[in-house]
Design a protein around this ligand. Structure first.
Ligand code: SAH
Ligand code: SF4
Length: 395
C-alpha cells in the first residue's frame, strides 16, 4: 500500500513537470513517504533521512510517519514535514515537459486514491490515529483523476484505500464505482487494494467476477488464524467467518487470485494460536502473502495486553510461516504451467529481453514476444524460474 502510494506521489510530481531520478545526487527535492505501521520502518526512514548528505536537495517527509513523529523528522534533517503533500503549494515545473514526453515513456499503470483514512481501529494498528477520518472521494474527483491519467496513456488503474470495500460517497458504493470506472475511455484493466474481510460483500465479488476489465484478484488480509487473537484485535470476524468469505469468492470464481497479510508474535499468541495461523495458510493456499512480526505501537494493543512474545520466538514463527507460504506460492505457480491465459503488455523487462505483462488475475509474467504497449494477447505459461513465471504467445 505504501509502495503504491509512493508511486502515486511520483506520478503527481511528474504531472507537475518534474523529472524523476533514481540518482539522489541529481535530485533537487527528495520526497520520503514513510510508514509508521511497524517500528522498524520508522527507524529505517529516520536513519535514511539523517544519512542523506545533499546540500542541494530539499527533503519532504510525508505519510503517516510525518503525523506520528514530526519533530524527529525535522531533527533528522527534513525541510518540510506534512502528513499529505499540499499539492497547491508544491513547486511546479510548468507541466510542459511531462506532457511532451513520448507516449511509450509515460507510465501505463496508475494508482488512484479513492478512500483516505480508516475508521476500523483494529487494536494493534496505528493507521487510524495518523491518517485521520475516513473520507471517500467523490466519484467526480476520481473520474477526473482517471481521465487525466488515461489521457496521458494510462490503461491499468489500481484504486487505493485502507479498506476500499467501505467506499461510500453519499450512498454511491464501491461496486458501482468499479462498474463506472471500467467504462471510462482508456481504462483497460482495473484492480484495487485493500479489502477488509468483514466488509467484503457478495455484490463486490460478483462485480469483479463479471466485469472483463477488472483483474481477478483480491488482497484480503486475515492477520491471524486464532479466534482469541482476532477478537482482541477487533478484526470483526473469526477464522470460520474469514474462511466463509474465501468460500464465497471461490464459489463465484474458483480461480480468483488471493493474497493476504499475516502477523505473528502478537501479544498473548500461544503455540496453538500460531498453529491455527499456519492452518489457515495451508487450508486457503494463498497465491502470495505479506508476513510480519508484530511491532508494538504506542496507544494501540500494546497497552491493552502486556503478555509480550519474546523476539526470538516471534522470529522463529515468522520464518516457519514464510517457509510454508513460499512453498505454497511456488506450488500454485507450478500448477499454472502449460495453461493458457491472456497477457496485458506493460513494459519491457528490466534487461530488455522480455515483455513484462500482467495475467488476467494480476500476476506478473515475462513473455518471450516483442513488446507492444498495452497489447493483449493469448499466451501459454511455459516455465517457472525462481518465483518468476514465463510464457510465450499462442500461435
Ligand atoms: N488496511 C489494511 C492494512 C494496512 S497496514 C487491512 O486492514 O488489511 C498493512 C499490514 O501491516 C496489515 O495488514 C498488518 O498485517 C500489518 N500491521 C499493521 N499493524 C502492525 C503492527 N503493529 N505490527 C506488525 N504489523 C502490522
Ligand atoms: Fe489498520 Fe485495521 Fe484500518 Fe487496516 S483496517 S488500516 S489494519 S485499523
Amino acid at each position: 500500500m505504501n509502495f503504491s502510494e509512493s508511486r502515486l506521489i511520483g506520478e503527481k510530481i511528474r504531472f507537475l513537470g518534474h523529472d524523476i531520478t533514481d540518482n539522489i545526487e541529481n535530485a533537487d527535492m527528495i520526497v520520503v513517504n514513510a510508514c509508521s505501521v511497524r517500528e522498524h520502518a520508522e527507524e529505517r526512514a529516520l536513519g535514511w533521512i539523517s544519512s542523506i548528505s545533499s546540500d542541494k536537495a530539499k527533503i519532504y517527509a510525508v505519510g503517516c510517519l510525518a503525523a506520528h513523529v514530526p519533530q524527529k523528522l525535522k531533527n533528522a534533517g527534513a525541510d518540510y514535514v506534512s502528513r499529505e503533500i499540499k499539492w497547491d503549494e508544491f513547486p511546479s515545473a510548468g507541466g510542459e515537459r511531462a506532457f511532451s514526453m513520448k507516449e511509450e515513456d509515460l507510465p501505463i499503470d496508475y494508482e488512484i486514491s479513492i478512500v483516505k483514512g480508516c475508521d476500523r481501529f483494529c487494536s494493534y494498528c496505528i493507521v487510524p490515529y495518523l491518517r485521520g477520518e475516513v473520507q471517500s472521494l467523490s466519484p467526480e474527483e476520481i473520474f477526473a483523476d482517471i481521465e487525466r491519467c488515461a489521457a496521458k496513456g494510462g490503461a491499468v488503474f489500481n484504486l487505493l484505500g485502507q479498506n476500499v470495500n467501505r467506499y461510500n460517497y453519499r450512498g454511491y458504493k464501491f461496486s458501482t464505482l468499479l462498474e463506472d470506472v471500467s467504462h471510462i475511455d482508456g481504462v483497460k484493466k482495473l484492480t484495487f487494494l485493500t479489502s477488509h474481510p468483514a466488509d467484503l460483500t457478495e455484490e463486490i465479488v460478483l462485480k469483479v467476477a463479471q466485469n472483463d476489465k477488472i483483474l481477478k484478484s483480491f488482497h484480503l488480509p486475515y492477520q491471524t488464524g486464532s479466534d482469541k487473537l482476532l477478537n482482541r484485535m477487533k478484526r470483526g470476524y473469526n477464522s470460520e467467518g474469514y474462511k466463509n468469505k474465501i468460500r464465497m469468492i471461490r464459489n463465484i470464481l474458483p480461480s480468483m487470485r488471493l493474497t493476504t497479510d499475516i502477523m505473528v508474535g502478537l501479544p498473548g499468541e500461544t503455540e496453538k494460536d500460531f498453529r491455527d495461523t499456519l492452518d489457515v495458510a495451508e487450508e486457503v493456499r494463498f497465491d502470495e502473502a505479506y508476513m510480519f512480526a508484530y511491532s508494538p505501537r504506542k496507544g494501540t494493543l500494546e497497552n491493552l495486553v502486556p503478555e509480550r512474545i519474546e523476539k526470538e520466538t516471534a522470529g522463529k514463527r515468522l520464518s516457519e510461516l514464510i517457509t510454508v507460504q513460499n512453498s505454497i506460492s511456488l506450488e500454485k505457480k507450478k500448477e499454472r504451467l502449460n495453461q493458457k491465459d491472456t497477457v496485458f503488455m506493460k513494459s519491457l523487462s528490466r534487461k530488455g529481453d522480455f515483455t513484462l505483462g500482467i495475467l488476467s488475475d494480476f500476476s506478473p509474467v515475462l513473455v518471450d514476444a516483442p513488446y507492444q504497449r498495452g497489447k493483449e494477447a493469448e499466451i501459454v505459461l511455459t516455465e517457472l524460474k525462481g518465483a518468476t513465471l514465463f510464457g510465450r504467445l499462442v500461435q
